[in-house]
Design a binder for this molecule. Structure first.
Ligand code: UD1
Length: 387
């Protein structure tokens, strides 16, 4: 790492897609509270743009509106990544930031990191070092490459340090700070509505939340589950069977909804015991998860949120990049193994399901630790660059 002569401009904070917003909100707040840090400038790439994937979450999280929106929208991975890079470069030139801060593992994370690194602007990666070891996941490529070019890497769990060491990342770049997504959860937990109210707000019948047996919550959007007719129909078939044991509330990503229509699979969801909704706001989802008997999902973030809430989570994937949720938390990796899922649902209904504990430093203060560390790091850069 050389000296960075730009340790005086703003911190450019990048978001692009839904899971970025809950990570960025506490960071922006913590930065604003530290006067010795350069001001944060929020850049939205526009990767997610539907109101349900975007505007609603900004409002729920009290995330300030972006200072700059690149409005890239949907496209193939290559075109989306390239377009973000093309549109981000002039922003970087104009802003001359002290550093670019990216979160998570979406295409926007990698695209903006790459532009910054090539211009020798320091890259700060929050949620570094997570690995599923599954290169078929686009997010895994984004994680590995972002970490290779990041100058400061903040981690959520200690396994990340082993992963990064194996990939040759110098140890002095890596800092264990905890989980900013859990900062958001703890800050907003008391603001979340009751499950019945969350359903009413979504225009859905509140019956599942009011039934004595309770309900389960479902989300599905990973390409490995929803992009092929065969896997999607298998996954929906499992949901239908599970719903015979317990009513399910399914909040479906636009990608999943589009594919259900495209493959003609809507009939699999046509039962009173499956309430199908569009993506929910952050607070409504939090309220629904907190009151659920279990969550069935392929989301990365919900594996962590359920662990923090103490709600059993069955993850419909073959692996997880967040192993601490399975080792210490309430998460079980189940793939699309119908027999295993039905057995675990039975067991969860009988016993309350897997219990866990909240991992180290998932305490609501990760963003403050990041702000404190980054303030020191940038001050040192400034001194060594003679600014
Ligand atoms: C992205 C992230 C994934 C994250 C997910 C959360 C990458 C590689 N993946 O996946 O890690 O878990 O966000 O939601 O960055 N679409 C809409 N409206 C929108 C956004 C997307 O209709 O506002 C549809 C479009 O058909 C689009 C498809 O969803 O083609 C995929 O969107 P994209 O942002 O490319 O990836 P996600 O699947 O959302």
């Amino acid at each position: 790492m050389g000296d960075f002569p730009r340790a005086i401009g703003p911190v450019l904070c990048v978001v692009g897609a839904r899971p970025n917003y809950m990570k960025m909100a506490p960071i922006i707040r913590a930065f604003a509270a530290r006067t010795e840090l350069p001001r944060p400038v929020l850049v939205h790439t526009g990767q997610h743009y539907d109101a349900s994937m975007n505007d609603r979450l900004f409002a729920d999280l009290a995330l300030p509106l972006p200072d700059i929106n690149l409005e890239v929208g949907s496209a193939s991975h290559a075109v989306q990544t390239a377009e973000i890079m093309r549109r981000f470069e002039p922003v970087l030139d104009a802003q001359q930031p002290a550093c670019v801060l990216v979160v998570g593992d979406v295409n926007s994370t990698l695209a903006c990191s790459l532009v910054a690194a090539k211009k020798q602007v320091p890259v700060v990666h929050v949620e570094a070092g997570l690995r599923s070891f599954d290169r078929a996941m686009p997010e895994e490529i984004n994680r590995v490459l972002t970490d290779q070019i990041a100058d400061v890497l903040y981690t959520t769990e200690r396994t990340a340090h082993e992963n990064l060491a194996r990939e040759g990342i110098p140890v002095e770049r890596i800092h264990f700070v905890g989980n900013v997504m859990i900062d958001s959860l703890l800050a907003n937990r008391s603001r979340a509505p009751s499950p019945a109210e969350a359903l009413r707000r979504a225009g859905a019948p509140s019956a599942p939340a009011e039934s004595a047996s309770g309900y389960g919550v479902v989300t599905l959007h990973r390409p490995s589950n929803v992009d092929r007719a065969e896997t999607l129909s298998q996954a929906l078939g499992i949901l239908r069977e599970v719903s015979e044991r317990l009513p399910l509330v399914c909040a479906l990503h636009p990608r999943t909804q589009q594919n259900i229509a495209r493959f003609g699979l809507g009939h699999l969801l046509r039962t009173e015991r499956l309430v199908v909704l569009p993506p929910l706001g952050y607070l409504d989802m939090l309220g629904l998860m907190a009151g659920a008997r279990f969550v069935l999902t392929d989301s990365g973030g919900m594996q962590e949120e359920t662990t923090a809430l103490g709600v059993p989570c069955l993850t419909m994937r073959e692996n997880t990049e967040r192993p601490i949720t399975a080792e210490q938390g309430t998460n079980t990796i189940v793939g699309r193994n119908r027999g295993l899922i039905l057995a675990l649902v039975e067991e969860t209904l009988r016993t309350g399901g897997k219990r866990g504990r909240v991992p180290e430093l998932w305490d609501g203060h990760a963003a403050e630790r990041i702000a404190a560390h980054l303030a020191g790091w940038l001050a040192e850069r400034k001194v060594s660059a003679g600014a």
